[in-house]
Design a protein around this ligand. Sequence first.
Ligand code: TRP
Length: 494
Amino acid sequence: MSCQLCVKNIRYLAGVKKMTDCQGAGEGAKSPMELYESLASQGDEVRALKTAKAEKAEIDAAVQLLLKLKVDYKQLTGQDYKAGSPPSETSVAPENGPATDGADDDDTVNPWNVSTNNAKGVDYDKLIVRFGSSKIDQELVDRIEKVSGQKPHRFLRRGIFFSHRDMHQVLDGYEKHKSFYLYTGRGPSSEAMHVGHLIPFIFTKWLQDVFDIPLVIQLTDDEKYLWKDLSLEDCHRFAVENAKDIIACGFDVNKTFIFSDLDYMGASPAFYRNVVKIQKHVTFNQVKGIFGFTDSDCIGKISFPAIQAAPSFSSSFPQIFKGRKDIQCLIPCAIDQDPYFRMTRDVAPRIGYHKPALLHSTFFPALQGAQTKMSASDANSSIFLTDTPKQIKNKVNKHAFSGGKDTVEEHRKYGGNPDVDVAFMYLTFFLEDDEQLEKIKQDYTSGALLTGELKKLLIETLQPMITQHQEQRKQVTEETVKQFMTPRPLNFNF
Ligand code: TRP
């Protein structure tokens, strides 16, 4: 179950080529002890290169190999590699190892925490290597354009959705008239949603439109109850309130099923059967390795990943797929959700199902800077979907981290840095016009465009967008929500 073939290959490929997720140990797979020894010597190698002040590219390649070996080690042994403490016997962790890999770099990315010391944000290329996914390269973007017949969404054109698993396979099937379905979700931790929360939904809506396929949206009110200090009824209420914001993105009720776990788990025998199947095929050791659970986490948390995994299988929705078990699932999500789906992909073949494919997005930065994602609990870190035009203006002007210079004179002379500038980053998410965005970038870099002017452009982009969202949300009645959330057939023939 380890990636031993890859471990060998990466010696030749380090720094040159990404790894794809690999299944099954090849012949000559290494034992935990052999892998431990490779790691120890690779650590020595990195230190030697650093001491010798070797070229950055060479050091980077050696570090990448070290990280990859650490991932493989954790995958094989279920334990973190620790220099000086050789492996002990435990069972194997699934596909591509841990979510919480402190590794040698500064980025933390797991379902509960995203942070980095780098003002430009998380190093996403490194994450691809660490998680063992594949880069969404120009070739894939072109292929999506060709197969869908539509101009790629700006999130694809600009690398906001940057990583995937098995997207080529989904497109191969689609070209042969094999349909697939979309699955995404949200953890309803409060009533208040911010613009960052809309990213996966905006993109999912586009995918649904261009491919014309069913969509299921999971609201994990159970997850939020287990993780936060909230009552069950509050979590369920937040799920329904959040559903309104999701519906306001424009989803078609004839093609979309939204469900609260608290409701659907009890209402659907097929769904619960899949949850139990998954639970039987994942050990405590595996979830400890993937999610970092400890002995003092409640057992609800330990079994929750099976509930987030279950919608990846079409048999969980017999009313939509007429009992078919073989419809391929594609999951658009932020990369911090990947651990759930690494686990899902690992169990899928063992319970007779297809592995879900994935499209991963980067994080939407906090106003204060790209070191972290936005948080719903800090009013000033985010633009909320309920903010007034005036609040938007004040927040952007006051709190958006600027890559500009301290004085107008200096700014004109040296120019600003769009790579760390939050107003510019937000424009890359929301400004549709590529040429205009490129011009803004050039003008800001040269100093022709001032920080205040850049912020004004962002304010003028956000205000109408949020106002429009609020108007659409007002149209969503309790009755509409009920329709979306009722288990029923959709307008597709399977
Ligand atoms: N765990 C996710 C959150 O806390 C919610 C979620 C459930 C999800 N299923 C998903 C997100 C599928 C993306 C894709 O937000």
